[in-house]
Design a protein around this ligand. Sequence first.
Ligand SMILES: Cc1ncc(COP(=O)(O)O)c(C=O)c1O
Length: 361
Amino acid sequence: MIQAPEHIRSINPYVPGKPIEELERELGITGSTKLASNENPVGSSPLAMKALRKGIFGLNRYPDGSCFYLRSALSERLNVNGSDLIFGNGSNEIIELAVRTFLSPGDEVIMAQPSFVVYSMVVQAANGKSVVVPLREWRHDLDAMALRITDKTKIIFTANPNNPTATINTKEEMDSFMKKVPEDVLVIVDEAYYEYVRSADYADSMEYFRQGRNILLLRTFSKIYGLAGLRIGYGIARAEIITEMNKVRQPFNVNTLAQMAAAAALNDHAHVERSKRINERGMKYLYRELKALKIHFVPSEANFIYVPLKDDAALQIYNDLLKEGVIVRPMGPRAIRITVGLPGENKRLIEALRKVPGNLG
Ligand SMILES: Cc1ncc(COP(=O)(O)O)c(C=O)c1O
């Protein structure tokens, strides 16, 4: 039988949040709540849905491989050239494209831990080496990351806000970090949740792009725009970087409906504002209730909350909550991650947590 090489065989497959339908099938229940994948509980942008209804009529044709309309709309919105943008089947695809484009076997990629697990998976698939640097007080330790740069370093991943901890790095920290990164290293700043950030200290990574630095910013329509099921995200980088990545990209990687929906969603300011408001209210409620339950959590700058645990109880808590019809995400043995839901969903989570035996604090 054909065998995959060792660096592929040793990859731990990605475990997605449990789909609602799967839980309900397994337990024979209905009306359960998924707070496991940092999706927008408000739903998709209504303007995007309107565009989708029109879009279903052209599906006998291949998509526009250049994403012309979306590219024009976004370049105007961000005040960048169209050639500085790349679109992907989710920002996940752009993570993979960047690694496939710039990494040779044996090269090193620096990333934080815990951070978005896809980074290390794609590095391993490319036979590269992940250099992992533990978070400090749940945030990227950018000083420690800079110290790990060697001649073999090609890429540094940062997620700002980070997933799973929902913490940010400040402008001051990023400024000082960027000064330490050599010219031949690509810094990827994954900003999947940037629309949710409230802190005034949040780093504006577009500044580094405008300075002409080797930076690739990643954003997505999966989170605040509520289009996770369509799979569309984008990257912003100097055209020289994008040109190389385009050589590796499949010609029709972003489907027609995703392009149309994303272009419409960009103009749906009302939906974005409403989503932010509902997230902030939900966050306030959850902070209050978690405190009342004496459950320790990490303050969040995104649409989810990280709950570190004293002992290896994550799987038990996850399973206990499943029985109450609430899906959260275990993050290793000692943490769970909870997405902020709609008011009724948040209330249901708190009620379920009250029933979970043992101490989460
Ligand atoms: C930090 C981070 N980056 C990227 C992604 C992937 O998003 P997309 O749906 O655009 O592939 C996620 C999704 O959870 C994420 O948390």
